[in-house]
Design a binder for this molecule. Structure first.
Ligand SMILES: [Mn+2]
Length: 334
């Protein structure tokens, strides 16, 4: 402080005081479930900052919407999935770098993680190949910037162009009531056949299919899954054996990609989807399986698909899906 006048010295002390106060305020913040009313503001996922230019992407998690449902053989409406999940996610709108607090265990996860919402893939209606190309390009770009892609669908056909964007060996853990190894579309990519194509990608090393059940799968689909050497764990098996025994059947892998079709859950829990099948997983089952699955390797990407807001005015499908996402990421990245 040599050479400073008394006035300058006070000025320095004052600025230091302000700085300390600011630091105290920052460090004093704690994880919150919600910081603003749900009915105000422009919608991004959980209020994450929006990044429109992927060249300027600096984040841990990048949320990408794919409002696309031209791959469905059932009810349309999955194109509204990303928009509706953004809307429902306002329940957890807060400064996401503060993390998420759980009353159970008095713990906070994902503290310091930077989330961004990169908006939606440009969709070209009636030209699905073009939309699919954009999906691959955007996921590839997100990964090249070191961010973890969280993709909100959209029907399940979008998982193929997402996986195509990866250049590392991955094990795909596929939660679904359906095997999605059907051949009905005769060569087209659709939401019931994408696994056939994913299995042919050289970097897809293994596919684990969790939750197929009931009358939702035919012999042809089962035969195709066997040909692709997928590991199949049915919902009925999960009900009988429980979560821990099921997790023991999932092999350890270097990199894990999770695709969550919300129809893996029981229709009472997730009615907002195109193809309902009774006797699905309970919340405790799917939550326990997701949180346990990420202990099998490094999670490198995740999608949530087949959310159809047109079939669920209650929005509980979206709310449940968002909770599962946070639980999964919290277990994978602490
Ligand atoms: Mn599916």
């Amino acid at each position: 402080m040599i050479g400073l006048t008394r006035k300058e010295l006070y000025g320095c002390r004052f600025m230091t005081g302000v700085l300390i106060l600011l630091l105290a305020l920052c460090s004093g913040t704690s994880a919150r479930g919600q910081a603003v009313p749900t009915f105000v503001g422009i919608r991004t996922f959980m209020g994450a900052p929006e990044v429109t230019n992927l060249e300027e992407l600096h984040a841990d998690f990048a949320v990408l919407g794919v409002p696309f449902d031209e791959g469905t053989w059932g009810w349309p409406g999955e194109r509204y999935g990303p928009r509706s999940m953004r809307e429902s996610s306002q329940e957890y709108n807060h400064d996401l770098t503060e993390g998420f607090y759980y009353i159970d265990g008095d713990r906070t996860v994902l503290k310091g993680k930077r989330w961004v919402d990169v908006g939606d893939v440009p969709v070209m209606p009636t030209v699905p190949a073009e939309t699919n190309q954009k999906i691959t390009e955007m996921v590839r770009k997100i990964r090249s910037k070191g961010a973890f892609p969280i993709v909100l669908g959209g029907d399940h056909s979008i998982t193929f162009p997402i996986l195509r964007a990866f250049d590392i060996p991955v094990t795909v853990i596929h939660f679904d009531a359906h095997l999605d190894t059907w051949n009905g579309a005769r060569g087209n990519l659709d939401h019931a056949s994408w696994v056939n194509r994913a299995a042919q990608l050289p970097h897809v090393k293994k596919i684990v299919q969790v939750g197929p059940r009931g009358l939702a799968n035919d012999e042809e689909a089962a035969g195709n899954a066997r040909k692709a050497h997928t590991i199949i764990i049915t919902a009925e098996e999960i009900h009988r054996k429980g979560v821990e025994a099921t997790l023991a059947q999932i092999p350890v892998a270097e990199n894990i990609y999770i695709t969550l079709d919300v129809d893996v859950m029981d229709p009472t829990l997730a009615p907002g989807t195109g193809t309902l099948e009774p006797d699905g997983l309970s919340f405790a089952e799917i939550d326990g399986l997701l949180r346990g699955a990420v202990a099998k390797g490094r999670l490198v990407g995740m999608d949530i698909v087949e959310v159809n807001p047109m079939r669920d005015a209650s929005t509980r499908t979206e709310q449940t899906a968002i909770r599962l996402l946070v639980d999964t990421l919290g277990s994978a990245f602490k």
